[in-house]
Ligand binder design. Structure first.
Ligand code: KG4
Ligand code: ZN
Length: 338
């Protein structure tokens, strides 16, 4: 069985083909970074227009690289949400058209669940219970997974996502877009203890995250030190800010480990490409004697292989998947499955 998946929730147009045994036959990702870079962030209207331009070509390319034609596809999958509504609708409508024409099932996939699924792509035998920390440009969330395809939201950001905070500070200093990788590059060799950042604390004992306080503190430092993209202490400043974001993420994860006693940890989402975060995550897992899984970098940022993999998992053992096209896009996360 071959599954073709489409992902267009934000600013990557992606398509992938995978077999029922989860062998990736192709995974094509077209980034829109160049379109959004002049604005220092994703412009929703430009994103959906760019998806419209690229989607046909990207799907064709994914089929060609898999050496298949559309008629060889047994099921289609598409990201339903959360994400930018216009961007989601482009992928969803395109996938509906394919499924309708070829009379094949279409599965709607949750973007956040797909990010977690990326960890299972290379490690199908992860032991449960699992705590998953999902860190991206749009989301920062902590999930508890008790078994396959079952997950509960434990905490989420109350304001900015971690990646968004990195992107905004990079934009403010005119460093380029997306900010996360630029900050990682420019902070190399910097002293991460030069600038002190107090970490946010939730007074109600929740496992929610907050990054707006760190962002405000960073803006204050920028004002006080006249920080700029040519300032000699820029690497120290960026290293300190990045380290504070990482500490905020990992302190919450450590708290959740104490409360929920998982067997394994997953780190996923675009910011999971970050070396400082990956290292800290591995150290935390080792200190707590837990298994740790991080997807390969190309499966951390948005891609369609993770969407296809989740569809394959959902179809496993099912004789006759539904042929319904009754799927709607949703902009916000809404579907924890316990
Ligand atoms: O998962 P993703 O591709 O899209 C969303 O679902 O949001 O994540 C994109 C985010 C951006 O904020 C980007 O700055 C961040 O991931 N990112 C990184 C790195 N690579 C991407 N942040 C820190 N270090 C990186 N190496
Ligand atoms: Zn994402």
């Amino acid at each position: 069985m071959n599954i073709l998946a489409i992902e267009s929730s934000c600013d990557e147009t992606a398509a992938a083909v995978i077999t029922a045994e989860r062998k990736i036959l192709s995974s094509v990702v077209l980034s829109q970074d160049e379109v959004h870079a002049p604005f220092g962030g994703v412009v929703p209207e430009l994103a959906s227009r760019q998806h419209l331009r690229s989607i046909g070509y990207i799907v064709a390319e994914s089929l060609q690289r898999a050496s298949l034609s559309t008629g060889d596809i047994d099921a289609f999958a598409v990201t339903q949400g959360p994400g930018l509504i216009g961007s989601l609708l482009v992928g969803l409508s395109f996938a509906k058209g394919l499924a309708y024409y070829y009379r094949k099932p279409l599965l709607g996939i949750d973007h956040l669940e797909a990010h977690m699924e990326a960890a299972f792509l290379e490690n199908p035998d992860i032991h449960f219970p699992v705590l998953a920390l999902l860190v991206s440009g749009g989301h920062t969330s902590l999930f508890l997974l008790k078994k396959r395809l079952r997950f509960k939201l434990l905490g989420r950001t109350r304001d900015d996502a971690a990646g968004e905070a990195l992107d905004k500070i990079a934009k403010f200093l005119d460093l380029g877009y997306p900010g996360g990788p630029v900050i990682e590059r420019l902070s190399a060799g910097g002293d991460s203890e030069k600038f002190a950042f107090a970490l946010p604390r939730m007074k109600d004992g929740s496992l929610d995250f907050s990054f707006s306080g760190l962002k405000t503190a960073a803006l204050r430092w920028i004002g006080e030190t006249k920080m700029s993209n040519r300032h000699p202490e820029l690497p120290d400043f960026l290293a300190s800010f990045e380290a504070a974001v990482v500490r905020a993420l990992l302190e919450n994860l450590a708290e959740a480990v104490g409360r929920f006693r998982p067997v394994s940890l997953i780190l996923c989402g675009g910011v999971a490409r970050n070396k400082r975060l990956r290292t800290g995550f591995d150290e935390l897992a080792r200190a707590s004697c837990l298994n740790a899984y991080i997807p390969a970098p190309q499966f951390c940022t948005d891609n369609a292989a993770m969407v296809a993999a989740l569809a394959a998992e959902r179809l496993r053992g099912k004789k006759k998947p539904p042929l319904s096209l009754d799927l709607d896009a949703y902009p916000r996360f809404s579907c924890a499955r316990e």
